[in-house]
Design a protein around this ligand. Sequence first.
Ligand SMILES: [Fe+2]
Length: 318
Amino acid sequence: MSADNQPTLSDASDGTPPASQSTLPKTGNGLSRRRLLIGSCFAGLASSAALGFNIRIFEPSNFEITRKEIGHCFRSGIRRGMTFLHLSDFHCSREVPMPMIEKAVAMALEHPADAAFLTGDFITWKIDDPERYRQVLGMISSRMPTYACLGNHDGGGWAINHGGYSTNQAVRDFLESCEINVLVNEWREIFIHDQPIHLIGLGDLWAKDHRPETVMPRIHESGETPFEKPVLVLSHNPDMKIAMHEFDWDLMLSGHTHGGQLVVPFTGHRPFIPVYDTSHPEGLKKWHNRRWIHITRGVGNRHSVRFNCRPEISFLST
Ligand SMILES: [Fe+2]
């Protein structure tokens, strides 16, 4: 015993360390390791759950309102101060339930616009709840003139092989019952605040229903363009531009890409984007010969997933 009667390491009678020296540190490290392991497991599970919640629940309904200037996209100039609402790819289905679409439409209608352009894929397979869907889409058409083209999911040559309608007639009839003007390989001269616009709606590319040559004049060999007024095209699939190369148009509004739905952070890679030209997955971009294309990421989705790629409500202003 030391002078102050406090035990020391040298008090061990057999020269071995006291129990506290040989076991406590081991026990302490073991507990730390176990706690660390358990904590890591819980953190991993929590992170996975949070990521899953974000991808499947939060982000698919976390609509982003975007605004872009399109006045410069028209060769002949266009009246300033107009705003167009561009929505696409509602994909009404079990994957995109009606309350999600109602939320998007309600958000869109909180902001003024002069016309609405809807660029296809109104459904994924079939029209499930037509009365309620009619009320939702009717909210848009009762507020402003509304025009639509159809997408690959809306019936026809592609949809029939993917659980959808054999023709686009059912969706067309449904949209017309919503007071929406449907243009499939058709054109119409519309007036917005006295501004004439030559509006063309094309049939879908994947449905092999596109006939641009029947509704679009070709650019003259001299380079002269037949139209003097602004030419706006509605085409679900932006790859349609390849088939429209020799025709006369200013701005094409498209959807279909969904922005890729999953965008790898930092790299921007979009592994699932369903288009031939992956260089333009979303947004407004100039194409050959002063033509422009706007692709909206869409309201709905496929397979109930979005990551780093929010659904979009687009406003385009002149
Ligand atoms: Fe789509």
